[in-house]
Design a protein around this ligand. Structure first.
Ligand code: FES
Length: 257
């Protein structure tokens, strides 16, 4: 029994419930297997928990070792390299002598995967299955032709680096605070996006119509943006970030949080 080893299944794009459910089934299978002290999932982008949070959970639960298993396809070598650097940075910031982190090669490199896919295909290739019927109807809902009315459009980055920096928590707080303030889509239309580029400023959110960038979003920061910007039209200068060519226009005295 490897009871002091935690397994973290690492996926991508867990915005909606479907990928989370699939990951949960895999995690459940690991738990039922009983060979590991802890099994959990983590998401690189667009889902929670982010990998740093999952590592923190494993360390807090007294695990001696975390085995990170990237289970997404296709493999992205640039992303793999960044993940490696991110985990090493996390270790630097959270180092304890009795907790180590290891990362398997990506699932896509596993020869067993090809065999599993072959088995899966064979299971359905000759099975009696009803074919999909032709349908002239557009797959798109007519409502998707309409730009919904909204006072503000908030683009919240859920790319890998913002997600690792806490965009998942920011998204939850944003949802909660908007609801508490009775602000629906017509007030603030929120879209979660992939990487918006200035990753080092993350978690990042851009608010229109001003085209204003917010960065370094914390729970408190998101609460203030809802209460002050969305409800009252006041830019929260402490979290505002400006394109470098406009740095001269930045407020000289940033408000203290
Ligand atoms: S991941 Fe958010 S700006 Fe790059």
């Amino acid at each position: 029994m490897k009871t002091d080893t935690a397994v973290i299944l690492l996926g991508r794009n867990g915005y909606s419930s479907a990928p989370c459910e699939q990951m949960n089934r895999l995690v459940e299978a690991l738990r039922e297997n009983g060979a590991y002290g802890l099994a959990t999932s983590a998401f690189i982008d667009g889902g929670s928990p982010a990998l740093p949070d999952a590592l923190g959970l494993c360390a807090a639960q007294g695990m001696a070792r975390a085995l990170v298993v990237p289970v997404y396809l296709p493999t992205d070598r640039n992303l793999d390299n960044w993940l490696n650097r991110m985990v090493r940075r996390w270790l630097h910031q959270n180092a304890t002598a009795d907790f180590t982190v290891h990362m398997t090669p990506p699932l896509g490199d596993a020869p067993e995967l090809a065999a599993a896919v072959l088995d899966f295909v064979a299971r359905y290739a000759d099975a009696p299955m009803a074919p999909l019927s032709a349908n002239h109807a557009s797959p798109n809902s007519p409502e998707w032709s309409l730009i919904p009315p909204h006072s503000y459009h908030a683009l919240l980055c859920r790319g890998p680096r913002c997600n690792a920096a806490g965009a998942g928590e920011a998204a939850q707080v944003l949802k909660r605070r908007l609801k508490a303030n009775n602000m629906g889509d017509d007030a603030v239309l929120v879209a979660q996006t992939g990487c918006l580029y200035p990753c080092n400023l993350g978690p990042v959110m851009v608010v229109y119509p001003e085209g204003l960038w917010y960065g370094g979003l914390t729970e408190k920061g998101v609460e203030r943006i809802v209460e002050e910007h969305f409800a009252d039209g006041q830019i929260v200068a402490h979290y505002a970030r400006y394109p470098s060519q406009q740095t001269q226009q930045r407020p000289t005295e940033l408000e203290q949080a």
